[in-house]
Design a protein around this ligand. Structure first.
Ligand code: HEC
Length: 161
């Protein structure tokens, strides 16, 4: 079999790119998209729509949380420490355990949340991208998933009506 040289590889690569480039579906946060696919989609589905009875949609509250300081803290806490306890999203109850992802780096967690907020969800105009510093700040406030669940009420109260 004849091996294709660098030029052949280049041609192949550009062909692959041109067929894969569907402008509107291109994620703004490709690294976040890759993490979401690898670590989150099994429960939250690739679209973020969730799995009834198991995991809530992440496209309802998280994009809204991104527009307030308490909401942004809530997002950081949820991925760092996980969450458990009953929550209601779109009139459905969820009460299963969100695992913790503190083993991932701050920038990786910020990117996966930005994918959720801006690529999967319809972020409100004043939503601010998550950054590594916001994640890092919550690493100093270790808590369990029940406390994260309790803070979620604070974050919801702080949402603009
Ligand atoms: C094993 C299944 C599972 C995996 C994997 C998982 N989650 Fe979750 N997630 C949950 C569950 C269950 C909840 C709700 C917990 C509760 O009821 O208190 C949740 C809640 C959330 C929330 C809060 C939603 C809200 O309305 O407050 C966010 C944000 C979130 N997950 C993001 C992620 C991200 C990002 C990842 C990947 C890094 C991920 N999840 C991986 C099960 C999962």
């Amino acid at each position: 079999m004849r091996r294709s040289g660098p030029l052949g590889l280049l041609l192949l690569a550009s062909l692959a790119c041109s067929t894969v480039a569907f402008a509107d579906d291109e994620p703004r946060y490709p690294d976040g998209a890759a993490t979401f696919k690898a670590s989150c989609a099994v429960c939250h589905r690739p679209t973020g729509a969730g799995t009834p009875g198991l995991a809530p949609p992440v496209i309802v509250y998280p994009p809204r949380f991104a527009s307030t300081a308490e909401g942004r803290r809530q997002l950081a806490m949820t991925v760092l420490y996980g969450m458990y306890g009953d929550i209601v999203v779109d009139e459905r109850h969820y009460n299963f355990k969100m695992p913790e992802f503190a083993q991932l780096e701050d920038a990786v967690l910020a990117a996966v949340l930005n994918h959720v907020i801006f690529d999967l969800g319809h972020a409100p105009a004043d939503a601010k991208p998550m950054d590594a510093a916001t994640i890092a700040a919550e690493r100093g406030n270790a808590m369990d998933g029940a406390a994260v669940r309790a803070h979620r009420n604070v974050a919801i109260e702080a949402l603009p009506q």
